[in-house]
Design a binder for this molecule. Structure first.
Ligand code: NAP
Ligand code: MG
Length: 493
């Protein structure tokens, strides 16, 4: 065996004696955030009809970033009117090739301003810059590139049909991937010849408003894309508007049900991308270290504010102890803190309300008799934070196992046979995603055909691609976004 030299010994990193990274903050000097933003209606920023604004804050500092307009019925009316006019006068008459050119332009402008978008996404929502820079922004650009390519090829996507746009699409999105969700909604709608009224979430409107600047700069005809900011009532005004032809909603199952009820009996088309409680299953023959990394990414990516997060871990009994020990070790090395620091793994919880929800679930878990383990992380004084959390000694009937926590909280259960774990994995009202870790192709096949969920990963987790359809079964929603399937909800075929 090779002997370690004195120099090598001296240089060896000792993790036990407080070895740490230096701060590596991304600068914010280049960011221009206005004090106030109006709605983006008919190609320009306009003041809200009722003159009301609300603040959006940085959840890692609790500082106000900007004021944005509160959308009223009158604002939604104006946006829908602009979208209808753009649809009938220009957008539905334009060739697919020309529509595609505008969409490519949006994609390229996002790439050009990628750094600015990443920093603002992180400031407004609390997610680590590493993720907004490497995941949210590139994927948002990729969605526009991908759907730009379809704009002049719709007849090849649906041979023998005459694909036509529907009209005005009302789109409502959540706060966990603000720019990316806007891209998932706007790109396929434009490619298929529809016009859009979109409402971002209350806590994260800024990157959508920056996207509006890009849409204006790309020279899109006025009214093709309209962005109205506001709260739940603003969303409801879009849903209930008579001149909207289609609703695309991403958010909680509770609000999804309200929307489904309120448009029942109308001719409106509907897609719902709702909550999830994914099973991540690890068999004894899996590459364990690789699986542990996948489990960590599956639940702690974006603070666990991910609809398809692997929030229920199922470990085969024979390897339960070793996997648990490795997870405990690994979460101690996760760095929680300043989201703008490039070394941060887990940023701020998106809002005070969401932190309260997470803490309420942890209390419910404790009262149900669960063992709760949190890493010993130092938390900043201001802002909303939650250390990575493991929850053991739970069973199928525990609420913390059944309900979506939407935070960095992983429940751990064991199983003995594939049949048992399949039954447990499917024993949830949700059906959005799932993961399997094993060395055996046959097990991957049996599990992924048996789990009733829209998206399944094998020996990986949380991988997204614009070409791949995404969506749920059961209470996780209906319809698909992404890929060729993502065109269908926006077309009359
Ligand atoms: P949410 O409370 O349902 O809100 C989603 C959006 O709907 C927000 O813009 C919200 O406005 C608006 N809204 C609230 N009440 C409304 C109403 N009555 N009518 C119309 N719009 C209304 O969900 P969230 O807490 O923001 O997001 C988290 C949820 O989204 C989780 O359950 C997560 O699983 C799900 N999600 C699903 C997917 C997917 O693809 N399946 C992706 C991401 C997230 P305000 O912001 O003002 O409340
Ligand atoms: Mg905010």
């Amino acid at each position: 065996m090779l002997k370690e030299t004195d120099i090598q010994k001296k240089n060896r990193l000792d993790f036990s004696t407080g070895w740490s990274y230096d701060p590596a903050p991304e600068s914010t000097d280049h960011i221009a955030i206005k004090e106030r933003y109006g709605h983006f209606i008919n190609g320009e920023f306009v003041e809200p009809a009722e003159g009301e604004y609300f603040a959006t804050i940085n959840p890692s500092t609790e500082e106000k970033l900007a004021e944005v307009a509160m959308g009223s019925q009158a604002d939604v009316d104006a946006a829908v009117k602009a979208a209808r006019k753009a649809y009938t006068k220009t957008w539905s008459k334009m060739s697919g090739r020309d529509r595609g050119r505008y969409i490519y332009r949006i994609a390229r402008l996002i790439q050009e301003r990628a750094r600015e978008f990443a920093v603002i996404e992180t400031m407004d929502g609390g997610k680590p810059i590493r993720e907004s820079r490497d995941v949210d922004v590139p994927l948002a650009a990729a969605h526009f590139f991908y759907y730009a390519g379809w704009a002049d090829k719709l007849q090849y996507a649906f041979p023998g049909r005459r694909p036509e746009g529907i009209g005005v699409a009302g789109q409502i999105i959540p706060w966990n991937f603000p720019l990316l969700m806007a891209a998932w909604k706007i790109a396929p709608a434009l490619a298929t010849g529809n016009c859009v009224v979109l409402k971002p979430a209350e806590t994260t409107p800024l990157t959508c408003l920056k996207l509006a600047e890009i849409i204006r700069d790309a020279g899109l005809p006025a009214g093709v894309v309209n962005i109205v900011t506001g709260a739940g009532d603003t969303g409801a005004a879009i849903v209930n508007h008579d001149d909207v032809d289609k609703i695309a909603f991403t958010g909680s199952t509770a609000v999804g049900k309200i929307i489904q009820k309120s448009i029942a009996g109308t001719p409106k088309k509907l897609t719902l991308e709702l909550g999830g409680k994914a099973a991540n299953i690890i068999f004894e023959d899996a590459a364990i270290d690789q699986a542990v990394e996948g489990i960590i990414n599956g639940i702690f990516f974006n603070q666990g504010h991910v609809c398809c997060a692997g929030s229920r871990l199922f470990v085969q009994e024979s390897i339960a102890d070793i996997v648990r020990d490795k997870l405990v070790d690994r979460i101690e090395t996760l760095r929680v803190g300043d989201p703008l620091d490039k070394n941060t793994d887990i940023g701020a919880i998106n809002s005070k309300e969401q932190l309260e929800t997470i803490n309420r679930y942890l209390e419910i878990g404790l009262n149900e008799g669960a063992d709760i383990y949190q890493s010993k992380c130092d938390l900043p004084e201001k802002g909303y934070w939650c250390c990575p959390t493991l929850v053991a000694n739970v069973s199928q009937s525990h609420r913390i196992v059944q309900e979506e926590v939407f935070g960095p909280v992983l429940t751990i259960q064991t199983f003995r046979t594939p049949e048992e774990v399949l039954e447990k994995a499917n024993n949830t009202p949700y059906g959005l995603s799932g993961g399997v870790w094993t060395d055996k192709g046959s097990k991957i096949f049996n599990m992924t055909t048996g789990i009733r969920a829209g998206v399944l990963w094998a020996n990986t987790f949380n991988k997204f691609d614009a070409t791949s359809p995404f969506g749920g079964y059961k209470e996780s929603g209906l319809g698909r976004e992404g890929g060729l399937h993502g065109l269908i909800p926006y077309l009359n075929l």
